[in-house]
Design a protein. Structure first.
Ligand code: NAD
Ligand code: ZN
Length: 275
């Protein structure tokens, strides 16, 4: 397929690559997207629950939704797209994964691929999580936060998670609509995007900013955008190559071949920097 070949060629020639992923990269892992047909939870729209106002109004309802999401995601596995991206980032010092996802699947794929390659160090393939993580809980009042994969009891206000330091109500460690993103994480993402030769955009509707602007930063600096998405998005018109396929099919086809490290044969890996 022509678009696949073009994307492979662009990636082969690129020295620096930024990946910008969204909920679509995890759709084939069974994680519901916000804007697809699975976007509703008990008739609530995500946009109405993932806000500070919703949490202030009814923290129990919001925690109940996050408890459900944590539970759904905890049973999901990374798919071929997560693995291919993790392998690519482990093999290329100048590939950075930036994600809007809060599901932890890029990190899980990074850990497993590093392990499969005989290394305990997955740091190179760890994503910049622009919107935080479902598996972090933090305090509504102080700076306390912790990694947290525990089940949440949201049956009453009294059973909701509390801060381990000051005892105040705790909240999910995600960035809600209307909240400011972590400056350090966002700054790193934009800095990487601005020097990237290619921004590979996978499975995002590109309507949530500033995340979607990461791809535009690459574009503005003269880099190329490759988009993998079955549908059109506002980024499509900026893309040098558009691949109208699902992530788990398209991504492995453009960044690598096969499952094991020895079969990873993207051209850049043989002729790229450092080789
Ligand atoms: P979105 O739901 O707005 O859009 C998903 C996009 O993925 C759509 O453009 C759709 O066409 C595309 N898509 C669907 N299936 C695909 C597939 N198999 N392969 C490739 N693309 C596919 O998601 P978004 O753009 O990430 O935006 C919104 C917000 O939702 C973010 O803030 C994010 O934090 C949050 N969110 C995260 C998750 C997650 O962590 N997995 C899930 C839902 C929402
Ligand atoms: Zn606290």
């Amino acid at each position: 397929m022509k678009a696949i070949a073009q994307a492979r060629a662009l990636l082969s020639a690129a020295r620096r690559v930024v990946v910008l992923s969204g909920a679509g990269v995890s759709a084939e892992s069974g994680v519901p997207t916000f804007r697809g047909p699975d976007g509703l939870w008990r008739s609530h729209r995500a946009e109405d629950l993932a806000t500070p106002q919703a949490f202030a109004r009814d923290p129990r309802l919001v925690w109940e939704w996050y408890a459900w999401r944590r539970d759904v995601v905890a049973r999901c596995e990374p798919n071929a797209a997560h693995f291919a991206l993790a392998r690519h980032a482990l093999a290329h010092e100048h590939t950075v994964i930036v994600t809007q996802n809060v599901d932890g699947l890029h990190a899980e794929a990074a850990r497993r691929e590093a392990h499969a390659a005989g290394s305990a160090d997955a740091s190179r393939a760890m994503p910049l999580e622009l919107h935080g993580s479902l598996f972090v809980t933090r305090c509504t009042t102080c700076a306390w936060r912790r990694d947290d994969r525990d089940a949440v009891d949201a049956t009453s206000h009294e059973t909701l998670p509390r801060c381990g330091w000051c005892g105040a109500l705790a909240r999910p460690g995600v960035v809600w609509f209307g909240e400011v993103l972590d400056e350090t994480v966002l700054g790193r993402a934009f800095a990487e995007a601005a020097v990237a030769d290619v921004c590979l955009v996978v499975g995002t509707s590109a309507v949530v900013h500033p995340a979607a602007s990461v791809a535009l930063a690459t574009c503005r600096a003269g880099g190329r955008v490759i988009e993998v998405n079955p549908d059109d998005t506002p980024l499509t018109r900026h893309a040098a190559v558009t691949i109208r396929e699902r992530a788990a099919t398209a991504v492995p086809a453009i960044v690598s071949i096969g499952r094991s490290g020895s079969e990873v044969t993207i051209d850049r890996m043989r002729v790229g920097p450092g080789s």
